[in-house]
Design a protein around this ligand. Structure first.
Ligand code: BG6
Length: 483
């Protein structure tokens, strides 16, 4: 890259990310209770995952029950991450490992000890943890007892869980993300995540009945829970730093038709800006009043909620970035899929096998867009390519992954040169995990290969992919060498 372009900052957090339900397994060991993810059966690109509130292992395969068996192999995995040179590791804490029913009086000591051990291991290698407190992991008991996040009682249960872990790990963890992809609830897809699902065996990603009143109530409650967590956390340790985590679906107008431009702006406000505005600016933005009114959406709030939102704002903006989509008012255009939502196909972009469009330049655009709006430090906490890898004689030649990362990292550096205060990058994923949307192992993201298939067969041994060695070199040279 041109020498006149600013370098990555010296203390840049080169990292990797995962989530508890997609790696740990040990779903019912050492006192852990089942969570919502444990009730999700495997699906694939064409068959959506089903949620069965009565877990029936004789009938279904539930990928999270063993996942990649990280619970028993975390030492080996963290050693590999250290060998790769990671400076930061984004992970989540499984709520039901700490409070098996979500509403228990006392936390589960064995669960707390597990994360003590994980953090000790990270410290050994000088890897900074970045902890997501909620990553689709609501204890199943709360799903059954309440109407999920629609129920305000859940706020208190969650805040107790958050306080417990923040107190326990106050000397080892500094960076926290209260909610993963909080803006999922702006789309009907987010419904499964709020846990208000009451028809065992019949619900899946595609056939849930959408109730926008409930969906936005659930989102509001998550905003309040996030703000309370920030307020409580700063009392526990004023050095804590809290981040948003927005699933940023960057949208472009398909054509210069002003109607497409306006539709794109509306989409961007609803999907991307709304949640960032609440969590960073501490206010509900004006455009949501109009949206709620036009769509006849009503949900209950309390006056003190808005004081909390103002006080409990996040310190940095983090987001996931996988693809961009186009928006148009035209009907019958070719569509692509995506993370939480698809859109119209962009004729200038290629897509993955799962039909997510690849757009590195869009990352520079997005970084500028975000920093311009919020003016706080920015972190990319998920970015990566889900692809089928070929495993041959212990080797995985994943040049497609290397080129995806190379192109995105180049654009990150250009954004830094533009002046964006980008402080970290934790690509998805440090190691192969089970896919969230499909439950497959075949949709792999990691730098480290896990020998397991979609039915849970395999040795579960770990192997370094070509991208492992490539990323190691990137980190060693602080992003100078991308070859
Ligand atoms: C993000 C989630 O939405 O996208 C992750 O935070 C998820 O949990 C990732 O795994 C990639 O999506 P998928 O469906 O390909 O696993």
């Amino acid at each position: 890259m041109n020498e006149n372009i600013k370098a990555f900052p010296k203390d840049f957090y080169w990292g990797g990310a995962t989530a508890a339900n997609q790696i740990e397994g040990a779903w019912n060991e050492d006192g852990k209770g089942p969570n919502l993810a444990d009730a999700m059966v495997a699906g694939n690109h064409t068959t959506p995952r089903k949620i069965t509130l009565d877990i029936d292992e004789n009938r279904y395969y539930y990928p999270s029950h063993v996942a990649i068996d990280y619970y028993h192999r975390y030492k080996e995995d963290i050693a590999l991450m250290a060998e790769m040179g990671l400076k930061m590791y984004r992970m989540s804490i499984s709520w039901a490992r700490i409070f098996p029913n979500g509403s228990d009086n006392e936390p589960n000591e064995a669960g707390l000890r597990f994360y003590d051990d994980v953090f000790a291991e990270l410290k050994k290698y000088d890897i900074e943890p970045l902890v997501t407190i909620y990553h689709n992991e609501m204890p199943l008991n709360l799903v059954n007892e309440t109407n999920g996040w629609v129920d305000r009682k859940v706020i208190d249960h969650y805040v107790r869980f958050a306080r417990t872990v923040m107190e326990r790990y106050k000397d080892t963890v500094r960076y926290w993300i209260p909610f993963n992809e909080i803006n999922d609830l702006t789309t009907p897809v987010g419904n499964w995540n709020h846990g208000g699902i009451k028809n065992p065996g019949t619900e899946d990603f595609s056939n849930q009945k959408d109730d926008p009143d409930k969906r936005f109530a659930a989102l509001h409650n998550q905003f309040v829970a996030s703000a309370k967590t920030v307020i409580e956390g700063k009392k526990i340790n004023p050095d804590f730093r809290f981040g948003t985590m927005i699933c940023h679906i960057t949208v472009y107008p398909l054509t210069p038709n002003p109607d497409d431009i306006l539709a794109t702006q509306k989409e961007d406000q609803l999907r991307n800006r709304f949640s960032g505005d609440v969590q960073i600016k501490g206010v509900y933005p004006y455009y949501m009043d109009g949206y709620f009114e036009k769509n006849n959406i009503h949900f209950k709030t309390e006056p003190e909620d808005f004081e909390l939102l103002k006080e409990g704002v996040c310190d940095f903006y983090s987001f996931s970035y996988y693809m961009t989509n186009c928006i148009t008012v035209k009907k019958d255009v070719e569509e692509v899929s995506g993370n939480i939502m698809g859109g119209a196909k962009n004729p200038f972009l290629k897509a993955t096998e799962w039909n997510w469009q690849i757009d590195p330049v869009g990352l520079r655009y997005t970084l500028n867009h975000i920093y311009d709006r919020y003016n706080v430090p920015v972190m990319i906490t998920e970015n990566g390519i889900g692809a089928r890898d070929t495993f041959e004689n212990g080797e995985i030649h994943d040049d497609y992954r290397i080129s995806y990362f190379r192109d995105h990292i180049e654009q990150m550096r250009l954004a830094i040169d533009d002046g964006v205060d980008l402080i970290g990058y934790t690509p998805w994923t440090a190691i192969d995990v089970i896919s969230c949307s499909t439950g497959e192992m075949a949709k792999r993201y990691g730098f480290i290969y896990v020998d397991a298939d979609d039915e849970g067969n395999g040795s579960y041994d770990r192997y370094k992919k070509d991208s492992f060695y490539w990323y190691k070199r990137v980190i060693e040279t602080n992003g100078e060498c991308l070859e």
